[in-house]
Write a protein that binds this ligand. Structure first.
Ligand code: TQI
Ligand code: CA
Ligand code: ZN
Ligand code: ZN
Length: 485
């Protein structure tokens, strides 16, 4: 991001005479340009494309490979052809006067850029760990939040009861959000991007050795990183950033949020004028009023009409609403209205599936289907006779596309059909009986989707995880757990 500045100095004035043996590999200028340009370029790249703070093992700032990398980075930033060489147009940019603000902004936001729509957020620790005292956990959490409220106009209020925006807990293994922890090491913690329900919630793996010091995993360090996610930041590619996905102990006292993280949080919430406030006074939490229009997706009897993969998201449909769930932990589990995203569908979708290779999703309602590319409808509805269904089939309960097989299974009552997507024909010998072919699955199927090679069958309030290899159900959860309950 090139920032505006008033004191731009032509860099020529600050040219220094550092030498490097790496020059020729990189240099693609006519001889006449000479070494002067190379030094100029080296100075420029060292200044603007060297991560600040933190040693990077095995990387020498003046080594040729890292210079090439910087040249490529810079070319990418300015939209130049990425040659990794100091060609004519690249040198032109380098010679352009500019100011002393590095332009590599490496922070990332989540898809859809979820953020909090208020500046005062509540937080609450609901489950502590046995290896640290309550006071230590509270301190690490408070300091982790303070790092962010110092940089952006966010205030955090600690509460002791009810539902807070950021619910914090230490959890063992499977803890009901479909992201089980894995014991010592591996995953340390996770946080959900801003949003209602699970949004903002931050879980720590209770199996880790949590510490206040440098042994084991420092709780402040990991908490500060997780709160970045809880506030809307994804991972940064800047190795000096807190949001860079590598654990590096951060000293809690006198901690200053690295530059890239400041840029990231300010891109969402703006900058803070006055000091930060992490309010200590326990307050009665303001109960979140349930919006009457929302379907009660946390009811234990909750079921879906249709589920499909779309791009890297999962879409869940029920009545007039649908939920979008990103492949990573970015679940903004707010119901959206089908009408505003897919006006033609309105409500009550029967079934849906995506053929990722074609980039299209099919939606079924009664004897009709619609085709979309992402959220873009591709024309008027057509009749499901196109797929080769017999005329007595007037609606479909569920559909799932099996990626490896390139087949789509359609479920209707106790039966299912298999459609060959490569040949675009219905396969012979169908329909077959669902319980004959899918052991453990019976009765009417509401929705189905293939995720990570498993078929998830949604039938009433239950979601069955079906392993194609084992030819059996390997897990059952509540359907509603897929939308953050
Ligand atoms: N947990 C991951 C993390 O918070 C969970 C995760 C992976 C994630 N990809 C994500 C969360 C994308 C949101 C968006 O990064 S972790 C670090 C590290 C972890 C890792 O346990 O791997 C820290 C937790 F790598 F930065 F050190 C905390 Cl600080
Ligand atoms: Ca772990
Ligand atoms: Zn969790
Ligand atoms: Zn992370």
């Amino acid at each position: 991001m090139e920032l505006l500045c008033m004191f731009c100095l032509p860099l020529l004035l600050v040219l220094s005479l550092k030498r490097s043996a790496a020059a020729p590999a990189l240099f693609a200028l006519p001889r006449t340009s000479g070494w002067k340009d190379f030094y100029l370029a080296q100075e420029y790249l060292d200044k603007y494309y060297t991560p600040k703070g933190g040693h990077q093992v095995g990387e020498m700032t003046s080594g040729s490979s890292s210079m090439t990398k910087k040249v490529r980075q810079m070319q990418a930033f300015f939209g130049l052809q990425i040659t990794g060489k100091l060609d004519y147009s690249t040198m032109n940019v380098i010679k352009r006067p500019r100011c002393g603000v590095p332009d590599v902004a490496n922070y990332r936001l989540f898809p859809g850029e979820p953020k909090w729509k208020k500046n005062t957020l509540t937080y609450r620790v609901t489950k502590y760990t046995s290896t640290l005292s309550h006071a230590e956990v509270d301190k690490a959490v408070e300091m982790g939040l303070k790092a962010w409220s110092n940089a952006a106009p966010l205030d955090f209020v600690k509460t002791k009861s009810g539902e807070a925006d950021i619910m914090i807990s230490f959890q063992n293994g499977d803890h009901g959000d479909s992201y089980p922890f894995d014991g010592p090491r591996g995953t340390l913690a996770h946080a959900f991007a801003p949003g209602e329900g699970l949004g903002g919630d931050t879980h720590f793996d209770n199996a880790e050795k949590w510490t206040m010091g440098t042994n084991g995993f420092n709780l402040f360090t990991v908490a500060a990183h997780e709160f970045g996610h809880a506030l809307g930041l994804a991972h940064s590619t800047d190795p000096s950033a807190l949001m860079y996905p590598t654990y590096r102990y951060q000293h809690p006292f006198g901690f200053r949020l690295p530059r890239d993280d400041v840029k990231g949080i300010q891109s969402l919430y703006g900058s803070r004028q006055s000091g930060s406030r992490v309010l200590q006074v326990p307050q009665q939490p303001v109960p979140k009023p349930p919006s009457p229009a929302d379907p009660d997706h946390c009811d234990s009897r909750f079921s879906f009409d249709a589920v499909t993969v779309m791009g890297n998201e999962l879409l869940f449909f029920k009545d007039r609403y649908f939920w979008r769930r990103q492949a990573q932990l970015t679940a903004s589990m707010r119901p959206l209205s089908i009408r505003s995203s897919f006006p033609q569908l309105m409500a009550n979708v029967d079934a849906a599936y995506e053929v990722a290779e074609r980039g299209v999703t099919y939606f079924f309602k009664g004897p009709h289907y619609w085709t979309t590319r992402g959220f873009q409808m591709q024309g008027p509805p057509r009749t499901i006779v196109d797929f080769g269904f017999p005329s007595n089939v007037q609606h479909i309960d569920a559909a799932v596309y099996l990626r490896d097989e390139k087949k789509t299974l359609f479920f209707i009552g106790d039966d299912y059909y298999s459609y060959d997507e490569a040949r675009r024909t219905m396969e012979k010998d169908y329909p077959k009986n669902i319980d004959d072919e899918f052991s453990g699955i019976s009765g009417k199927i509401d929705a189905a989707a293939e995720v990570n090679g498993f078929i998830y069958f949604f039938s009433g309030p239950k979601a069955y995880k079906y392993d194609k290899e084992k030819e059996d159900v390997v897990g059952v959860v509540k359907s509603s757990s897929w939308v953050g309950c």
